[in-house]
Design a protein around this ligand. Structure first.
Ligand SMILES: C[S@@+](CC[C@H](N)C(=O)[O-])C[C@H]1O[C@@H](n2cnc3c(N)ncnc32)[C@H](O)[C@@H]1O
Ligand SMILES: [Zn+2]
Ligand SMILES: [Zn+2]
Ligand SMILES: [Zn+2]
Length: 883
């Protein structure tokens, strides 16, 4: 789009379905289900972690309502029928009908195409912030040419593997996996065995549970850092109770209530399992000395770790048909367990060749790694660097490093680069669970993953899973590989799940594979210098300091880099780009102001890249009025007008409490037309009118919460504003977008009514106003022509005449109310004063008597704006000089 605003002509531009309406209820219904079962809905996005991934259904719906504008360019294929055309034919007029029927009150017509394999011709779409690839992949499924950017190499690689998936041979993948499995799985699994408690054979380890240890600063005893002594919740017949560790004899015993004092069934020791020795510091069990954990770690140059329990699964007992609670359970650590770890550790020490496969980068100081080094905070204590970790590899124990290096080396031996990259993808994602940075969730009988809370949070009791994997256990290499394969399969045969008559239904596979027509670039999007090229920009931009992608993604980056640095230049640097990453991050000396500046540059790039009749549709995180104001002004400044906003997460009820709440919205913007000047007073009435109309239509026709409705109202009001951005005058000054947003917020939060006075002001601004105009303007408001006539705001005896201050009948009406001491409206007062002023009569006695409210002042401003008669501005001020 050209920077010159005002070249396009609205009449030539089609209003898009998404500008008319959006099926929020439908999308939320699916999103909720997709959230709970991501790996079934769209397995393409569960191949590898990316932060803050959006739901695919949201972007599918946005694409459907944004990309489908011209029915002649749309073809609809029936899923599962080898790509045959569906009954919706572009020439039958039916598609046109679906498009044209979308409206605010009922946007559902187009939804019929949600489960269909829909293609649009000749569309070029940009996603400048593709992240994990959700919007890029979803737009590409419409057969569009989709171009994605992300400056983060991890995001780029993850998305690249998503769009390559449709063109990747599954047999080749399976074959490569078999090869790696043959190569290394036995060697790794050998280190994850434990004596089976049920017989004289070995079982598989699911999880080894470790506890950190520090020395007591007073008596020198070793103190294990147990928060409590829970090992894992009871399962099967033991439901309700807990397996706990006896601190005296280190057996794992079962107790009914872990918060009560219990007796160890092995050694009779009495203890309360909930009482560990961590309480804002660690407490020596021998002398009672308490000391800070971080201080201890720093003074003692790190910490030791000790194995305290094992969760096992025994295939032998399973095949013999033993009860479930025997086949899988918790057990105490035996000598053999310790010996196996030591053996792995020794092998690792002697494996110089394997060490090439382990990253040796240091953990860079950052807000997520040591927040104490920087001024400014993003909340939460982030200080992994002060927990004794220096290099990324310190987040793993020797046995994990050995296993991971073996797998990586074997992946490196695969000749087909594309195929080896999928195995690398699986390995990288498996790092999340195969690190000493995750605790075991004893209450859920499973391990966590490192990014549970979007940070590096070293646990006191880390859990070591079985890296290769056995029958059970979360996040093993083998189970993650299965997810990758599912993703690739889905890319070949993508389906849609949707809800029909209350039931979830899955469509047959679409013939359009994932990734066709898509391309990805690893670059700062602001370097994009295309002009007038894209029909749509559909994206999910970064939001303030919501996620510091660059710092978190280094965890994966350094491992991917091992195999990719010789392949791709973007993996050359030691860490992911910081400075160009658009995010507020104190460690990069970037605060809110810098972020706002950068996001403006981003919108500017998008604006240039868009065609004149293009559209920008993006999701955003809403938190407060101020960020709305900032966003609206940024968009308007670079030449957009906002045309609609919609809520996408269901929880918007707090919208009205004015707290700093957050929810997600969709914003639709288009290149702005020429902007006309307007007075705030008349814009305000437009906004009132728009908000009221929008609310009424939604309340009457849709099943939306008040908060959801508020968001839609907001968008419509923003549209009214956008047409006049930079040209709104209030009391002689130009209003900023932020000021207008404040006002709009107020209107939406407190509701707005359009009454007789508003309609009268509208009429004053209408050239040659007629009775028809009156009818039109009062429709859907609280004003009625009858009441306005009673108030002499107009009369028909001599053609249509407005009751202005110089209309005798109107003044006579006001005078009679003054005389009989009846209540006056602000308009009565203003006109009465104006009349007296004109005729040289004193106004001070009235000014002294009436309360001069803000409303009255504002009305006088409004009258001055509407009529160009500045006297209205002066009459209230005359009070003093009059005395
Ligand atoms: C909110 S995320 C996108 C998430 C994505 N919608 C998904 O579902 O996975 C925003 C992305 O913008 C990227 N980013 C930040 N600054 C950038 C820049 N200057 N150029 C390109 N991408 C950038 C970040 O790396 C991050 O991946
Ligand atoms: Zn002590
Ligand atoms: Zn005991
Ligand atoms: Zn067994």
């Amino acid at each position: 789009m050209s920077k010159e605003i005002g070249q396009s002509d609205e009449s030539e531009r089609k209003t898009l379905p998404i500008e008319k309406g959006f099926p929020i209820e439908r999308v939320n219904e699916i999103a909720e289900k997709e959230e709970r079962a991501k790996r079934h809905y769209r397995p393409i996005y569960t191949m590898h972690k990316w932060w803050a991934r959006r739901h695919g259904c949201v972007f599918r719906a946005i694409s459907l309502y944004t990309l489908l504008d011209d029915y002649e360019d749309i073809t609809v294929h029936e899923p599962g029928k080898n790509g045959t055309l569906s009954d919706y034919r572009s020439n039958s007029g039916e598609i046109q009908e679906l498009l044209e029927s979308v409206e605010l009150a009922n946007p559902e017509s187009l939804w019929k195409l949600y489960p269909k394999d829909v293609r649009v011709e000749d569309k070029k779409i940009l996603d400048p912030f593709m992240g994990g690839g959700t919007s890029l992949v979803e737009t590409s499924r419409f057969g569009a040419e989709s171009v994605g950017y992300d400056l983060n190499p991890v995001a780029w690689f993850v998305t690249k593997k998503e769009i390559d998936a449709g063109q990747t041979d599954l047999d080749e993948l399976e074959e490569a996996f078999r090869q790696v499995k043959e190569d290394v799985s036995e060697d790794i699994l050998e280190y994850y065995r434990t004596p089976c408690p049920n017989g004289d054979h070995m079982a598989d380890v699911m999880y080894n549970m470790w506890v950190k240890e520090l020395d007591c600063v007073s008596c020198g005893s070793t103190v294990p850092l147990y928060k409590d002594y829970r090992v894992g919740k009871g399962r099967y017949e033991n439901k309700g109770g807990y397996n706990v560790l006896c601190p005296a004899c280190e057996s794992v015993v079962f107790v009914e209530d872990w918060k009560e004092e219990s007796t160890c069934s092995e050694c009779d020791h009495q203890f309360t399992p909930s009482e560990g020795n961590i309480d804002r510091g660690y407490i020596c069990q021998d002398c009672g000395q308490k000391y800070g954990v971080l201080d201890g770690i720093q003074e003692q140059g790190g910490f030791d770790q000790r194995l305290y329990a094992v969760e096992y699964y025994c295939p032998t007992c399973d095949s013999k048909g033993l009860s479930k609670s025997k086949v899988k359970g918790y057990k105490a650590v035996e000598e053999e367990d310790i010996r196996l770890y030591e053996e792995a550790s020794k092998e690792w020490a002697n494996s110089d060749e394997l060490k090439r496969y382990i990253p040796d980068e240091r953990i860079p100081p950052g807000i997520k790694t040591d927040s104490t080094l920087f001024e400014g905070s993003i909340g939460g204590g982030h200080n992994v660097l002060r927990h004794g970790f220096k290099q990324w590899k310190d987040m793993f124990n020797d046995r994990q490093l050995l296993a991971l290096a073996k797998i990586l080396k074997s992946i490196d031996d695969i000749e087909n680069q594309n195929v080896s990259e999928y195995l690398l993808l699986a390995l990288s994602d498996a790092l999340r669970t195969n690190t000493m940075m995750t605790p075991y969730q004893s209450s859920a009988n499973k391990s966590n993953h490192i990014f549970k809370s979007n940070s590096f949070d070293p646990p006191q009791q880390p859990v070591e899973g079985n890296v290769w994997g056995t029958e059970y256990g979360m996040g093993t290499f083998e189970s993650i590989w299965e997810m990758v394969v599912n993703g690739v399969e889905y890319a070949h045969n993508p389906t849609e799940r949707y809800i029909e008559d209350g039931d979830t239904t899955e469509s047959s596979p679409f013939s359009q594979k994932i990734g066709q027509g898509a391309s990805v670039h690893c670059e700062d999007m602001r370097k994009l210098d295309s002009e007038n090229e894209f029909d749509a920009v559909i994206t999910d931009p970064p939001y303030y300091d919501n996620v510091i992608y660059s710092e978190l993604s280094d965890f994966f980056y350094v491992w991917l880099r091992v195999l990719l640095k010789d392949e791709y230049d973007v993996f050359e640097p030691e860490k992911t780009p910081r400075a160009e990453s658009i995010v507020a991050n104190p460690a990069a000396q970037k605060g809110a102001a810098e972020f706002e500046d950068e996001i403006r540059q981003a919108f500017n790039t998008a604006s240039k890249a868009l065609k004149q009749d293009g559209v920008l549709a993006f999701t955003y995180h809403h938190s407060d009025v101020e960020s709305w104001g900032e966003l609206l002004s940024a968009l308007c400044d670079v030449g957009f007008e906002v045309t609609a906003t919609y809520p996408i997460s269901a929880d918007t009820h707090k919208f009205f409490e004015g707290e700093a709440v957050s929810f997600d919205i969709i914003i639709v913007a288009r290149p702005a037309n020429e902007r006309d000047p307007i007075s705030w007073n008349s814009l305000r009435r437009n906004i009132y009118r728009t908000a009221q109309k929008t609310r009424q239509r939604l309340e009457e026709n849709r099943d939306l919460s008040r908060g959801d409705i508020g968001v839609v109202e907001m968008g419509r009001c923003f549209h009214e504003y956008s047409k006049h951005h930079g040209k709104v005058e209030r009391a002689g000054e130009t209003m900023t977008a932020k000021e207008v947003v404040d006002e709009i917020y107020g209107v939406i939060q407190h509701g707005s009514d359009i009454g007789e006075i508003d309609v009268f002001l509208d009429l004053l601004e209408t050239p040659d106003a007629s009775y028809d105009d009156l009818n039109k303007l009062s429709r859907g408001t609280n004003a009625t022509p009858e009441r306005m006539e009673d108030m002499r705001l107009y009369r028909m005896d001599d053609g249509f005449t407005l009751g202005t201050w110089d209309d005798e009948k109107r003044i006579a009406y006001i005078q009679s109310r003054v005389d009989s001491d009846e209540e006056l409206t602000d308009l009565d007062k203003a006109q009465f004063l104006r009349y007296r002023w004109e005729h040289g009569k004193s106004v001070s006695e009235y000014l002294g008597e009436w309360e001069i409210t803000d409303d009255l002042r504002e009305l006088c401003e409004g009258l001055a704006d509407a009529t160009g008669d500045d006297t209205y501005r002066n009459i209230l001020e005359s009070r003093l000089s009059d005395f």
